[in-house]
Design a protein around this ligand. Sequence first.
Ligand code: TPP
Ligand code: MG
Length: 717
Amino acid sequence: MPSAVGAGGAVTSTSSRAVRTKGRFRGVAVAEIIADYRMALVSRALDDREITLQKQSRGFFHISGAGHEALCLAIARSVQPSRDWFFPYYRDRALVLALGVTPTELLLQAVGASTDPASGGRQMPSHFGDRRFNIVTQSSPTGSQCLPAVGCAEAGRYILGHAEEGLEGCSAQPGELTYVSLGEGATSQGEFWESLNTACSLRLPVLYLVADNGYAISVPSWQQSPAPISDLVKGFPGLAVHRLDGRDYFEARKKIPGIVAAVRAGEGPALVHASVTRPYSHSSADTQSKYRPRAELEDEAWNDPIAVLERAMLEGGVASPEDLAAMREEARRLVAEAAKEALAAPRPDPSTVRDHLLELPVVAAEQSTDAAAGADGGADRPVVALGEAIRLALHEAMETDPRVRVFGEDVADAPPELIDELEGKGGVFGTTFGLQRRFGHDRCYNTPLAEANIVGRAVGQAARGLRPVPEVQFFDYIWTAMQQIKSEAATVRWRSAGQWSCPMVLRVPIGGYLAGGAIWHSQSGVSIFAHVPGLVVVMPSRAVDAVGLLRSALAGEDPVLFLEHKHLLRQRYTEGRFPAPGFMVPFGKGRVVRPGAELTIVTYGATVERSVKAVQQAGIDAEVVDLRSIAPWDRDLVGESVSRTGRLLVVTEDNLTCGFGAEVAAWASEHCFGDLDAPVSRVGAADTHVAYEPTLERATLPQVDDIAAAAGSLLAF
Ligand SMILES: Cc1ncc(C[n+]2csc(CCOP(=O)(O)OP(=O)(O)O)c2C)c(N)n1
Ligand SMILES: [Mg+2]
């Protein structure tokens, strides 16, 4: 297999000078030394050019790859862009150049051109991403790339193992590895450690590169952690840990091939802890002379990997001082040409700023009617409540699509070796019961008790074209996964200008009314997620809708937060006949649960049934609308209903303040003002936490009486 360098033909020699290209020096082919030196110079020249562009207000930010070039280029000699997968760090400029990204393409991002292939002008420079070379779109939170990288590696193994099933849109190659890099500062993040846990447990082919330049912005590494990272990770079983001087191109060239070969051979993950330098300030927003002594900077300049390489080349007679000067000039010229091209490129059209947020699956109107749900009579289909409907819909999804994998805490039935002897658990609510038994351990499996791990691995699997269905066991514990949901999953499509997507269905039991659930088993809070662009949020209140929404979620290409109200899982009133194949519920379409003429009640989840009861109790003619889908939500249906009734009450289990009801009310005040005969009113939870003792819980969450009273006041207005 050829190595990565030059694979994309990105930076090739145009020098007119005859530099020595034959023979070997310090164990490395001279031609490769020269090519890598040229690439290092181009990388450095790109840094310099981006700094200039920013000073000229033609670029808007800069973060350098300076000091990391030799290490990156040595890695590039052992990895393969068509075969391996890459989760780079922002200092990996030289690596992505070697993988095939061109200098012009990098500069297109720096100037924010619409033709920036990585992000269409949406991301800061050095936020790489390129499908051609398996460089997965990069985000900014330091360390958050580690879990998707692990998901990517496990997806590769799964795809290879299931190749005969013809997984649509998925490919993997034997011996592939996933590369993920980060700085020594980012190793402080929990997500890094969560990723090591799984990479080691599953012996995944992950190559970690920790490029240690001694600083995380201004924080020196000794303030970061109690020991260097290569010491800290020594206890991880199965992790091959290597220390090397990444300032020395020859040392890196010598050590990296063996490390990579071991990962490819299936020996498990490896972590390379490499010293590098940071000759430029952290970024264009930083001035490192404020916190780094002059002597240290001078010492670093001497050990700058390009300077070290130049001294070696001179010593070994690989190049003369004139050769070096000529190659420097050549790199400068090449980058100057690239900058011209980038500056001539078109700017993004402001009207496109919302493009690539979501691509909702198309559901025909006739597919989503109750008639469609009941098509073919369906006597052979069972009548089920919400929880069982979800369980059966998961069986259906896994039956029809081998790309679907279900994982989370406790979702499996039993240890694989004991499954024939035991009944099996299948989730704390039994919603995944039987999936492992039916579809096998690699399609339904338990994860560590770590929510970021669960969601982050799903993000990486989705990047490989799988259809992960992760579960976060309780909504109350979703917060550690928030970064993976908000910063990773929800931004993938937008930040890559549609180049990548994140088709994942994140199932999460939610809500209260449990009489004993208390503060950490009763939380709501959908408004927090509805606030996140790029995320679909749904919450069915009956079995039929749960199946229809789950089918839509699995048919789509975007992350869906699928909220399963715990109180509803086994309620008789959620029951319905398991819908016929083909029935789907489109996102953003509500349902009139009960028609009425004098008041519209808009709600979702567990307050749907409570609202219906309140209407009956009050003996009023109110229309009850179940939104079903919270992001996007059905403004048309609400507007149409209010135009007939003239009154609107929004009922949510969310706390009143900044709950989702506030959004509906604000929208209605703006758009339905002319139709309203009374102020828009809200019923929500009592802006406190949910207590354990049932009377306290009742005092917190909206009750039938509260809804009836609010409806009565509105009608009396
Ligand atoms: C989660 C998170 N916190 C803070 C930041 C701001 N930030 C950007 S880079 C950086 C330092 C990273 O240091 P290190 O991992 O050592 O990488 P280096 O920049 O030194 O290569 C910080 C704090 C961020 N991007 N993400
Ligand atoms: Mg650092």
